[in-house]
Design a binder for this molecule. Structure first.
Ligand code: ADP
Length: 730
């Protein structure tokens, strides 16, 4: 790695630690952040929960100027701004809910540099007025969230995204970066082309979500099956998806009758009702949302522990999106689909009104989904291969197939051979339906006309239902023993199929109705996520989190994610110093919540006779407190010059870096050297005034401090004094 990227990496890491309390990068995050810092256009594809937002939020803080983020939904923007504010990062969103006064304030904050990240809906961003306004400020880069909406080939095309090419035309020197969770190669190319990106960096992460445990069970007693999943997650958040509104209503009602806190969500409810039910879910006043597909866009809730599909989704894209709402925090989560071929018929009827091409595409998507449901291959592998990727691991250890909870037919070889023989006997000239009828001994007119009732394979499977035989044929296709050929999907026996006929290989075929076993699924590989966690403390910290969230009017998961709470309930920190070491605790959150959480932990531990500070500080503290190794020469030089008392401007000239970079080096220097006196860089008078302002306004958001000081003290100076003050108090 060259020295520049080493310095860049340190700068990004320092920012991540300070604001988010994170210690390392997720896959592709560093590359994506570097592209932003270096003004190379990029298209970044990462699965849900992969950490796309940080890819542009962290560099936004390391670059000078305003980062402009286009995002399609008001709720998403609000969520992001709330989360940033909770971390002490100045951000805002402009949308139809702002009053004129708020809008003026945001514009003033942008001009003064108080806001570094601005969220906008695409149509607002591209309005003449906004483009004119942005031309007058220093825009550091543009980020396009949910950028698959740009492409007609994507599953959620939005015409307003089409005009995004105006950004490159209006701001030729400014980087444009696109982010999405679902994009085939065709969609990626289309995004780059529509945006007019120049030689963009294409960063495509794995589509696999290893923390999700997939299970597909045949629907039998629907409510009991749903209840069974919920019973494994008491007091945890989950979503139950249904196809019809009536099912949403009845399941929600039944759940409440058995004491589960559940609320409905569908397009037939009033806007207010929908908004309040969604809010109750986000704020954790209800555990379960029972919903149609209308629910989910714009929900960033990170701690959804399970998603049940009480009815089939309409495509694998939809399934990936809907099930993907589970486990965004990277902790284990369960995705259960109750499969019924009747749903397939329902969807076919519902999609039957689509115009020609769209209808064909919708039917193909449905078939792919059906194939996935009845398949006997690893679910993770099937999903990623649908999106054009290979799964690296041999076995995922997180699906019903790999964990062996799918109930398989015992003598699958003989069964498979019977089916393949029939296909050969009918001359490999017919599709699955016809062959299934022959095998089941049907008196269908066409079977009789063709005299297929005279074949030796006629009625070989007369004790099985037509539906089961159709399913086995699909499974044999999935395992490449059969291939569908030509316009009429005629079945042919493949070379692997010949091996099966010779008894050299073993197929996997499922029992028709037996995969709906009521037992709990085997634990997936991430069982250690709970290791060492005191569950009682975790629950009581969840309550404290809820109280704090309600008081601040923000979603509970924005206060702290579940993984942070588990770490707290594992390490049980009793001091702020130790609390600060928990993943997800940045400086602002330590200031805002440290006192209350450590006190709560100490009280709980005393009551339950548990030791506090369960892990040795030395061990935990090492990564964070150690000064960065391999400092870049620029950073080292800056540190030497800081200790000689040189000004930011002088140092920027000497080391050839932007003043904003040197500014971030200085904050790092102050923290690492634990300096308590800022007067080498600000006057004594300024220091005193800022300290007084911090005392009055708190050390959280900078804007109130800036305003308290009549906008007379620049933000850089406020940050320096705040950093020294923080050292004095820790
Ligand atoms: P996406 O937009 O790709 O769905 P998010 O940006 O919402 O994902 O990130 C998902 C969760 O992971 C968030 O809670 C986020 O704070 C967390 N996260 C992101 N990057 C990291 C990291 N490097 N270390 C730890 N947690 C991270």
């Amino acid at each position: 790695m060259d020295t520049t990227s080493q310095g860049t990496r340190e700068q990004l890491l320092a920012t991540m630690r300070q604001y988010w309390g994170y210690e390392g990068f997720r896959p592709l995050q560093l590359e994506a952040m570097e592209a932003v810092l270096e003004d190379r256009d990029s298209v970044v594809v990462m699965p849900t929960g992969g950490g796309k937002s940080l890819c542009y939020q962290v560099p936004a803080l390391c670059k000078s100027g305003l980062a402009v983020i286009a995002s399609p939904l008001i709720s998403l923007m609000k969520d992001q701004v709330d989360a940033l504010t909770a971390c002490g990062i100045p951000a805002a969103c402009l949308n139809s809910t702002n009053t004129p006064e708020e809008r003026r304030q945001i514009a003033a904050d942008i001009r003064s540099g108080a806001i570094q990240i601005l969220y906008l809906a695409p149509e607002r961003l591209l309005s003449e007025r906004m483009l004119e306004f942005l031309a007058g400020v220093d825009v550091s880069f543009f980020a396009i969230d949910e950028s698959h909406c740009i492409s007609e080939w994507g599953h959620d095309f939005r015409p307003e995204y089409r005009m995004m090419h105006m950004l490159k035309e209006t701001f030729p020197g400014v980087g444009v970066h696109a982010y999405t969770a679902t994009a085939t190669e065709r969609v990626r190319e289309d995004i780059a082309q529509q945006l007019g990106l120049s030689e963009p960096e294409m960063l495509v992460g794995s589509f696999d979500r290893p923390n999700l445990n997939y299970r597909i069970v045949r629907r039998a007693d629907r409510f009991a099956q749903i209840q069974e999943v919920i019973s494994r997650h008491p007091n945890e958040s989950g979503v139950v998806y249904c196809i019809r509104r009536a099912d949403v209503e009845s399941i929600a009602e039944q759940l409440n009758e058995v004491g589960v806190k559940a609320l409905p969500y569908h397009a037939g409810l009033s806007d207010e009702k929908r908004a309040s039910n969604q809010e109750a879910f986000i704020q954790e006043r209800t555990d379960v949302i029972v919903a149609t597909v209308a629910f989910g866009m714009g929900i960033d809730k990170s701690n959804v522990r399970y998603v049940v599909h009480a009815g089939m989704p309409k495509s694998l894209e939809s399934y990936q999106q809907e099930s993907g709402r589970a486990g965004r925090d990277g902790l284990e989560a369960e995705c259960v689909m109750l499969y019924s071929s009747g749903d397939l018929v329902t969807w076919k009827r519902m999609l039957g009104d689509l115009p020609g091409n769209a209808q064909d595409a919708a039917m193909r998507s449905l078939d792919a989904l059906d194939h996935f449901c009845i398949g006997t291959e690893c679910r993770h592998r099937m999903l990623v291969s649908y999106f054009g990727q290979e799964l690296e691991a041999e076995e995922c250890e997180a699906c019903d197939v790999c964990l062996g909870t799918v109930d398989l037919v015992e003598d699958a070889t003989v069964l498979g051979q019977k089916i393949l023989s029939c296909i050969l006997r009918t001359g490999e000239r017919f599709g699955a339906d016809h062959n299934a009828k022959v095998l089941c001994g049907s008196r269908d007119k066409r079977v009789l006309e063709l005299e297929h009732d005279q074949l030796s394979t006629y009625g070989l499977l007369r004790n099985d239902s037509l539906r089961s035989v159709r399913m086995w044929i699909e499974q044999l296709i999935g395992q490449r023993f059969l291939a569908k050929v030509g316009e009429y999907n005629v079945l042919k026996v493949t070379p692997a199929g010949r091996e099966l006929l010779r008894g050299e290989v073993l197929p996997k075929l499922t029992k028709p109705d037996a995969s709906d076993r009521a037992e709990s699924p085997k634990r997936a590989r991430r069982a250690d996520d709970w290791e060492g966690v005191d569950r009682g403390l975790f629950e009581s910290l969840r309550n404290l989190r809820r109280e704090k969230a309600e008081a601040a009017g923000i979603p509970a998961y924005i206060v702290f994610g579940d993984s942070s709470l588990r770490e707290m309930a594992r390490h049980r920190p009793s001091t702020l110093e130790r609390f600060r070491l928990i993943k997800g605790v940045g400086e602002k959150k330590c200031q805002d919540y440290g006192e209350a959480f450590t006190q709560h932990i100490a009280d709980y531990c005393q009551q339950e006779s548990l030791t506090v500070d369960a892990i040795d500080t030395e061990v935990v503290a090492t990564p964070r407190r150690e000064p960065p190794k391999n400092q870049s020469p620029a950073l080292k030089d800056a540190f030497v010059l800081f200790s000689k008392g040189q000004t930011i401007n002088e140092i920027a000239n000497v080391i050839g870096r932007a003043e904003s970079t040197v500014q971030s080096y200085l904050e790092q220097f102050i923290r690492e050297e634990k300096l308590e006196d800022p007067t080498a860089w600000v006057t004594g008078e300024t220091s005193r005034r800022v300290e007084e302002a911090i005392e009055q306004c708190g050390a959280g958001a900078l804007r109130p401090i800036y305003e308290y000081l009549n906008e007379e003290v620049p933000y850089e100076e406020i940050r320096i004094v705040a950093a020294c003050l923080q050292n004095r108090s820790s």
